[in-house]
Design a protein around this ligand. Structure first.
Ligand code: FAD
Length: 288
């Protein structure tokens, strides 16, 4: 099923993000986690793509596993960094042959230890989105950044580029994680003013352990952390059980407020943890 059709038929939409393993030996472990999460009432699951292709086979494998074995709509990520146009064509043919219908078109960042040409095919996600649309038969998503992508000089330039990406064929958007809902509301207002009117689903990452804090700061590209969030971290960072409980409660609070403010969807960065996903969904289930 095309994800744009899910957005047309219900609101809000609930989705999870999974990352595939780098090693073959871990595929079954991830499939087990995906299977547990598929029992929850979700609308689709996305599978990330290792920029540079480090785990690209496993992205396709997990995305088709959830679709074929668990009847869950899948969204396979794809990055253009370090890929030639022929590489992209081959991956699109593979996705198509596996019956994958939804692709999140991304630029990606420089892969670690990669010294080759960074963008030998497409330089921006908008170019990739256009190529995927030309290839045909795919619903295409794109990423967006409520607090501005780090490469952009300011949010207005970033939104201008986002508008071009949507015009190139992006059917829906998924946001970078954020911890301050006001950042999202301001961004949504700017998008509406710019005439961007595809559905936008909000990326929420629950904090479940102290080790995640630094990673979150890097992954989020410097998302602002409100004082309420920082106080929670400093109060509980040495108490793993309390931090996990508080982190999940914080994510739940964010979601309830977003849903009350007419959001198109929530995309949970589940970090392959069925237990965390279940704890959150059990509380918010009837909001969806
Ligand atoms: P783009 O849309 O190309 O934007 C990147 C920068 O270029 C922005 O600053 C933009 O304003 C600017 N720009 C765009 N078009 C132009 C133009 N024509 N001229 C000048 N500047 C322009 N990474 C992975 O490796 N694998 C994943 O699976 C993955 N999944 C992600 C999922 C989500 C929801 C998000 C938010 C990010 C994900 N990322 C992933 C990270 C992503 O690859 C990086 O954030 C990357 O830096 C930007 O990707 P993009 O697709 O947003 O790029």
């Amino acid at each position: 099923m095309f994800i744009k059709d899910i957005f047309n038929s219900k609101k809000p939409v609930l989705s999870f993000e999974i990352f595939p393993p780098k090693q073959e030996s871990k595929v079954e472990e991830v499939e087990k986690a995906v299977k547990e999460m598929a029992n929850l009432p979700i609308d689709y699951m996305s599978v990330t793509y290792g920029a540079g292709g480090s785990n690209s086979k496993n992205t396709a494998r997990i995305a088709s596993y959830m679709k074929d074995n668990l009847s869950v709509t899948s969204l396979a990520h794809l990055t253009c960094v370090a890929n030639t146009k022929d590489d992209i064509e081959n991956i699109l043919n593979e996705y198509k042959s596996l019956g994958i219908e939804n692709i999140l078109a991304l630029r990606g960042d420089k892969p670690r230890d990669y010294d080759g040409e960074l963008f030998p095919g497409y330089s921006h996600a908008s170019e990739l989105a256009e190529a995927i649309k030309k290839h045909g038969c795919f619903c295409v998503g794109g990423a967006c950044y409520p607090e501005c992508h780090p490469d952009s000089p300011n949010i207005d330039v970033d939104i201008e580029n986002l508008k071009n990406k949507v015009d190139a064929g992006v059917d829906f958007l998924v946001t970078q994680m954020f911890f301050d809902n006001n950042a999202f509301y301001n961004f949504r207002d700017k998008m509406i003013k710019k005439g961007i009117n595809v559905p936008v689903t909000a990326g929420i990452m629950p904090l479940t352990n102290a080790g995640q804090i630094q990673r979150m700061a890097i992954l989020s590209g410097g998302a602002s952390m409100p004082s309420k969030f920082m106080k929670m971290i400093s109060r509980y960072e040495d108490n793993p059980a309390a931090l996990k409980q508080a982190g999940i409660a914080y994510a739940v609070d964010q979601i309830i407020e977003l849903v009350s403010n007419d959001i198109d969807g929530i995309h949970l960065y589940t970090m392959n943890k069925p237990e965390t996903a279940e704890k959150i969904v059990t509380v918010i289930n009837s909001l969806f």
